[in-house]
Design a protein around this ligand. Structure first.
Ligand code: PMT
Length: 212
């Protein structure tokens, strides 16, 4: 199978030396990429900046901004049987990025942000993707309801929801605990290493591939 995975954070420049980002380490997405490569699938890993080693036998495409991730996903997704979006993508970016370092001036400073494109939300319509589509949902409340809303709005077959208000799972920890939200039911996966959950998430995604 051809498996496309997004992972890690995106970085949105404010000026040449500053950026907006988030706490994603890439561990969750890289664990899925490891599991897929170990099972001899062809993997395209599209990743924002992380400290992790690139898994062996993976086609790795590094990106920084959401716009770059969008363009790379748009280019490659048509080849994928399964696409898994674990990246923590910035919803907004600075409206203007000067080519010089911003100097401090007044006591306060206002940064105007504009919406970024929704990459996962573009898969079904803008990219015309017909394969298995797996999104993630990073939530701090109403985990199942919010994940189900994302599943429906973004046309996913499965959404992997995690509670990112907890310190022992989610962003940057070695463990995770997820709720798998399908169109007709949900099932919990108990807390375990991201390595272990990577195998389970991959397996659950592959179960959704129609028999050829
Ligand atoms: O990287 P780690 O430190 O291991 O942490 C793992 C994780 C917490 C980042 C991961 O498990 C996770 O929850 N990833 C999704 C983070 C996120 O951006 O969630 P969201 O609920 O804001 O977005 C919903 C979905 O839309 C996600 O699949 C996201 O990749 C996608 N999205 C969001 C915004 C956008 N502009 N484009 C997108 O594709």
């Amino acid at each position: 199978m051809n498996i496309l995975i997004t992972a890690g954070p995106t970085r949105e420049p404010i000026d040449p030396v500053r950026f907006l980002t988030n706490k994603s380490s890439g561990k969750m997405g890289y664990a899925i990429a490891h599991a897929a490569a170990d099972a001899s699938h062809r993997v395209i890993l599209i990743s924002g900046p992380t400290q992790l080693d690139v898994p062996d036998r993976v086609d790795y495409i590094p990106v920084e901004t959401t716009a770059e991730m969008y363009a790379v996903v748009e280019h490659w997704i048509g080849k994928a049987d399964v696409a898994i979006f674990s990246a923590a993508v910035a919803d907004y970016r600075p409206a203007q990025v000067p080519d010089h370092k911003i100097k401090k001036s007044g006591e306060t400073m206002t940064l105007e942000l504009v919406r970024n494109p929704d990459i996962l939300g573009s898969a079904r319509n803008a990219f015309d993707y017909r394969g298995v589509l797996v999104g993630f949902a990073a939530e701090t409340e109403n985990l199942e309801d919010n994940a189900r809303e994302k599943l429906e709005r973004k046309g996913c077959d499965l959404v992997v929801a995690n509670d990112v208000s907890r310190k022992d799972i989610g962003f940057d920890s070695n463990d995770n605990e997820v709720l798998l939200v399908y169109p007709d039911h949900s099932e919990g996966v108990e807390k375990g290493s991201k390595h272990h959950l990577g195998h389970i998430i991959l397996e659950k995604a592959l179960e959704l591939v129609p028999p050829s």
